[in-house]
Design a protein around this ligand. Sequence first.
Ligand code: CMC
Length: 426
Amino acid sequence: MDEFITLTYNGKEIKLPVITGSEGEKAIDISTLRAETGFITLDPGYGNTGSCLSAITFMDGEKGILRYRGIPVEQLAEKASFKETAYLLINGRLPNREELTRFSVMLNDNSLVHTDLKAFYQNFPRASHPMGILSSMVNAMKSFYPELDTLEEEINITMTRLLAKVRTMAAMSYKISRGHEIVLPRPDLTYCENFLNMMFDTPVRSYEMKREVVNALRVFWILHADHEQNCSTSAVRMVGSARVNLYAAISSGIAALWGPLHGGANQAVIEMLTAIQKDGGNCAKAIERSKDKNDPFRLMGFGHRVYKTYDPRAKIMKKMCDELLESMHINDPLLDLARELEAFALKDPYFVDHHLYPNVDFYSGIVLRAIGIPTKMFTVMFAIGRLPGWIAQWKESMDDPKWRISRPRQIYTGSLKYDYVPIHAR
Ligand code: CMC
């Protein structure tokens, strides 16, 4: 039976439909509100605003649930390949063997990067942040790959190109930053192996592929593959809603992800842990600082807009981090510090009352360090993992016949009308 919320204003009753999601979440459809009442809603930061209907990812922030297309992320992290997960997100279901082979061939065939793109990398100032470079490069890709005849063909090839080439471009930028020769992708390696090989193989020392490292990268990317309407995904959808090309939409997602409150938190966590370590490893002091409203310091890798319990991704990441470091015989003092900081925070009444728990970024940096990824590239790693999600969300919005250009309104609080004053009279 259809459900409504009745709003009474000035003696007039307005019935607003209730929308119920497949997991029972409820929303009030306010799309007729302004026409019927002249009012808009105000929700800074969109904490109470649903921007779309989506069948891609389900999150329950109270229970700590995350599922891609219905499948629990725990199962995917344990059993799936990153490629399968990307296929699942974009196409809505797991591929059969034949579809997966076709997808792998497509990714392999598109994994080379136009050599002229190399010149772009070489001309960025040395100190440029890799996320700024990546965002610009993805936007630049549009000029390198001319449009195909049909829109369907163009969309399919662009999605594949992005998944295949961004990984190559990320490794390429690392090699160029070190002044080393670029290592090309190889058809005999898996998606994760290929990235590691392009990053770390050199003419003087072949990269030794370790099973646990490949697995760690697979899990890292799966855990980052989608997270419904977060800041960067909303950026992709919003920019995409102007019907801009997919490269430009993804480029805007990368720019949003760069922020330290979002994907940039993985770099910020390591920087924070290093600073605490230099300060004598005083966790209590860091916790106190993070609670002080006059101090801009926050505990990076803690808190989440949606999760009010332990982030399910962080749970998997923490376990994987422990296992990886143990199997590689790495003793990282930052891991000990992170554990200590977590224990302090989880006991602290402020953190308990505010429901602040570690998020995915808290332990991910330690995993990436163990793999050998330089700190400045951490958020690029997040971006590669998030690509399938951004693409799936963009595609869903493009396929939605009701999708309109995103155009929020505002409540104007500026000056009332006054007349222009010529410069000599000011
Ligand atoms: N350290 C200390 N206090 C915090 C923290 C933190 N990390 N996070 C939130 N709070 C406090 C905040 O001060 C506020 O307190 P009060 O209500 O007393 O004023 C309350 O908790 C709510 O915080 P908020 O900023 O209104 O929450 P939000 O939903 O707008 O922000 C967040 C979410 C993730 C941006 C925030 O928790 C944060 O800045 N965390 C640190 C950065 C971080 O780890 N980001 C990665 C997020 S997960 C990966 C991703 O999806 O990108």
